[in-house]
Ligand binder design. Structure first.
Ligand SMILES: NC(=O)c1ccc[n+]([C@@H]2O[C@H](COP(=O)([O-])OP(=O)(O)OC[C@H]3O[C@@H](n4cnc5c(N)ncnc54)[C@H](O)[C@@H]3O)[C@@H](O)[C@H]2O)c1
Length: 284
């Protein structure tokens, strides 16, 4: 992959987090310029300091962004284009996890009356609306240039449907459905939309120490980068509307075969085939 993404500019949200850092490192390693964005400006600054070579070469720009703020998302996309000279790849990765409600949420699941309405709203704003704001801000330019890659990080279907895993699960289910819709909307226009998930708990700060899970058995955050890099490569150009389970990516295979081995359609398309529609079928 080295050098394959030269000339491309990527935005990664949640870039100071466990998985976001791996996306930034991977994209830089493949030759892209990267805007690393996160609400946690202190952690982001620490991470950027580790990437001093890329910063001083003008290949990495790190700045604060709350993706729950639409105007801030629009400004961040504009700033990326100004500072790095374009925008080609959008990785919607930033999110809040259930640990913000209670750190023992994995062993002592959270009941509905423990979720304040403001907390519900915050999860929807960050984990669903944030990706839409960023996509809306970026989409026009991507479509105009006829080249774009949008990668949305959702979660396992198990987590989406699990009892006592609200608001995280439903907000991510919304993002999964949004990803399918945007893949269909942008199809044939040079802009692909795909989902990448770990496939299970990944060893990042989002999974608190109190989870009780052996961290050495969790998906490595670094496993998330290869499917994203492949989707951004020339080989990935023909693939849209799919989800890639990074935990099933077999690094021993060549990337196309590894992608094949962990790929399925986004969301639940089989259930969408037969709506009861007046007069026959809905328009495409
Ligand atoms: N860790 C897991 O087990 C797991 C499993 C499935 C999916 N995911 C998804 O992977 C992605 C990355 O999560 P992670 O595991 O690296 O967690 P993380 O907590 O390490 O990283 C998430 C990052 O998002 C940032 N963020 C939170 N709110 C934000 C906001 N309003 N604006 C901008 N940035 C914001 C945080 O500051 C943090 O740096 C998330 O979308 C998460 O839902 C994680």
């Amino acid at each position: 992959m080295s050098g394959e993404l030269e000339g491309r500019v990527a935005v990664v949200t949640g870039a100071a987090g466990g998985i976001g850092r791996e996306f930034v490192r991977g994209l830089l390693g493949a030759g892209a310029k990267v805007a690393a964005l996160d609400k946690d400006e202190d952690r982001l600054a620490d991470f950027a300091a580790e990437q001093e070579d890329a910063v001083s070469a003008g290949r990495l720009a790190a700045f604060g962004l709350d993706i729950a703020d639409n105007a801030a998302c629009e400004a961040a996309v504009e700033r990326t284009r100004d500072v790095l000279g374009g925008l080609h790849i959008l990785v919607n990765n930033g999110a809040v996890g259930m640990g913000v409600i209670r750190s023992d949420h994995m062993t002592n699941l959270i009941e509905i009356d423990e979720i304040e309405p403001e907390v519900w709203d915050r999860f929807v704003a960050v984990n669903l609306s944030g990706a839409w704001y960023m996509t809306r801000a970026a989409a026009g330019g991507l479509l105009d240039q006829g080249w774009g890659r949008i990668i949305n990080v959702t979660t396992s279907f198990f987590t989406m449907l699990r009892g006592r895993f609200h608001p995280y699960g439903p907000a991510k289910a919304g993002l999964e459905a949004m990803s399918a819709g945007h893949a269909a909307e942008f199809a044939g226009r040079g802009v692909t939309v795909n989902v990448v998930v770990p496939g299970g708990p990944a060893d990042t700060p989002m999974v608190p120490q109190e989870s009780g899970i052996d961290r050495s058995l969790m998906v490595r955050p670094s496993a998330m980068a290869p499917p994203v890099l492949w989707l951004c490569s020339a080989e990935g150009a023909g693939w849209t509307g799919h989800r890639y389970v990074a935990g099933n990516w077999d690094a021993a295979l060549d990337p196309a075969a590894a992608a094949e081995g962990c790929r399925a359609p986004i969301a639940w398309p089989d259930l969408a085939q037969s709506p009861v529609w007046p007069g026959g079928k809905p328009p495409e």
